[in-house]
Design a protein around this ligand. Structure first.
Ligand SMILES: Nc1ncnc2c1ncn2[C@@H]1O[C@H](COP(=O)(O)OP(=O)(O)O)[C@@H](O)[C@H]1O
Ligand SMILES: [Mg+2]
Length: 251
């Protein structure tokens, strides 16, 4: 589904990604971990065309998307959520999903005006179905900005899924959540967001990673230091040192 070859991206003198190679198979759910600043979000930004790669290639289903625009990459089936949420605070929950849906190709301003068309009714039904699935049906008319953080993250997930993306990139979907909220989010992603899709999840919380991912990739200073089955990866000495700190290795 996704192949990355020799990817490199620097900011000023800082190499955020260095010579990164990565392949994710169709239907695979991969966890991406690593210390703060190790290049995880940068990888999502390069895949989605927000940042250009300095060198290297990104291929989706063997088609090169390295120089594609963000809009084109969305059309090709990649969707993401953001570590720092990108929802419209002053719109209602429902409008947030509706707007995401209307940024789809083929759904222009005319569709917005032809409110009574069968296609538009189908889209509204889809919005309600998504809100129901992420557990926000009863809050569909409240302002998105008034939702507590875990619900804002659920809303972002609903927005990403309107595209029925083939590849879903989740950037810390349980960021700032309590353990109980994290467990709920993990179940939601596992049961609803991920089936039938390929997914990369950036997350520090190992309970979420271990319920979701068959595979774990670890970055440190923009380089891949481990990649494989989670149990094995988490025993890797370099991973323990980079990710959990020296104390964890000595403990
Ligand atoms: N837009 C940017 N401008 C300058 N430096 C950036 C930018 N984005 C990321 N970086 C730098 O790249 C490195 C990797 O950052 P990031 O990908 O956000 O790490 P992570 O998501 O793993 O915490 C950091 O040193 C960060 O400061
Ligand atoms: Mg990040």
């Amino acid at each position: 589904m996704l192949r990355i070859e020799g990817l490199r991206r620097s900011f000023g003198g800082v190499a955020a990604l260095e010579e990164l190679d990565l392949a994710v198979a169709d239907g695979e759910v991969m966890g991406l971990i690593g210390p703060n600043g190790s290049g995880k979000t940068t990888l999502f930004n390069v895949i989605t065309g927000v940042h250009q790669a300095d060198t290297g290639r990104v291929l989706l289903r063997e088609e090169e998307i390295t120089r594609s625009t963000p809009a084109r990459i969305v059309r090709q089936g990649i969707a993401r959520t953001f570590q720092n949420l990108r929802i419209f605070q002053r719109m209602s929950v429902r409008e947030n999903v509706w707007v995401a849906q209307h940024s789809l190709p083929g759904v222009g301003p005319m569709a917005l005006m032809s409110n009574r068309s069968a296609a538009e009714r189908a889209r509204k039904a889809e919005v309600d179905r998504l809100l129901d699935a992420v557990g926000l049906a009863d809050r569909r008319n409240v302002l998105a900005g008034s939702l507590p953080l875990p619900d804002q993250r659920r809303l972002e997930l609903a927005r990403a899924l309107v595209r029925s993306p083939a590849l879903l990139l989740l950037d810390e979907p349980a960021g700032g959540m309590t353990p109980a909220e994290t467990a709920e989010m993990a179940a939601l992603i596992r049961d609803f967001a991920v089936p039938g899709r390929t997914c990369i999840v950036i997350e520090h919380k190992l309970d979420l990673i271990s319920t979701l991912c068959q595979r774990l990739c670890v970055l440190n200073f923009g380089r891949k230091i481990a990649d494989g089955e989670p149990g094995r990866v988490l025993e890797h000495p370099e991973v323990l040192e980079a990710y959990l700190g020296r104390d964890a290795v000595n403990a």
